[in-house]
Design a protein around this ligand. Sequence first.
Ligand code: FES
Length: 321
Amino acid sequence: MTDDALRSLVVANKAIEAHNMVSFELIDPDGAELPAFSAGSHIDVTIQDGIVRQYSLCNSRSDRHRYRIGVWKDPNGRGGSRALHETVNVGDTMQVGPPRNRFRVPRNTRRVLLLARGIGVTPMLSIADDLKSQSIPFELHYVFALMSPDAFRGTIDGSNFAADTKYYLEDSRQNQLLDAAAVLAGQPEDTDLFICGADWWLDPIVKTATEKGFSEQRIHVERFTAKLGAAALDKVFDVKIASTGAVFKIPGDKTIAGFLEENGLKIPTSCEQGLCGTCKVKVLEGEVDHRDKRLSPQQRTEGFFLACVSRAKGDMLLLDL
Ligand code: FES
């Protein structure tokens, strides 16, 4: 089996972490070791009918016989998380891809500040375990989402990083009991900030961190949802394919990746939210309306865009396909 191959793993345990969160423990059906992963990694999980979603690995990277993921049932989601909650049980099989990491702790990090809200705690569990094992100083500040009190608390309280963790409650979006500005203000200059949660929660904190002098390189963000534009209101534009000269008129309520696939031209996708980078394509002509949360300024300057969310500013994009 190549490293990129999907593998069938069996659900060895399914636990309710909160009324809207479950965790799954996945093992090889023959008990074999699984591909190693680094702290902060995620796996692609194929749910059904080709629906693929990404979930952070939340166990210790020293565990070689299991992957553990946490799944929040998103009431406004596209059905993937609900399907996992309602239809997958112990003994069932899941198709998963190899671990990948876009939330990696730098090798030379001196100290780390971990901020998480809700299901955003899942990658932090693996990262905190890893930092502890390497004796790298860190703090984990974890805000329980209003609807998910005490989620994963048993895991943390039983871990080797329980004493490094502070818990917070929230009454509403306006009444966070975590004073992020105060926490950020107290950090030494060489601190790496890792933050994971919903956009509305983390964006203001990232802004504060920037204002307090955290450089872009020291702010590491993992998002679970992206802000998607109101597609129905979007303008229509043309996409031209460089290799064939074919031109497609992209409707205002369709994404480029989605519309091209309907017309027989498949761009690989995974998250379909501008988060993972799977659908990256080079634009040869035309100005892009970037709507992703993934590409660096450098990648945009080099002409790349993410076809699952981004669109044209003008009338046409020429794609290197
Ligand atoms: Fe994930 Fe486009 S499919 S960014």
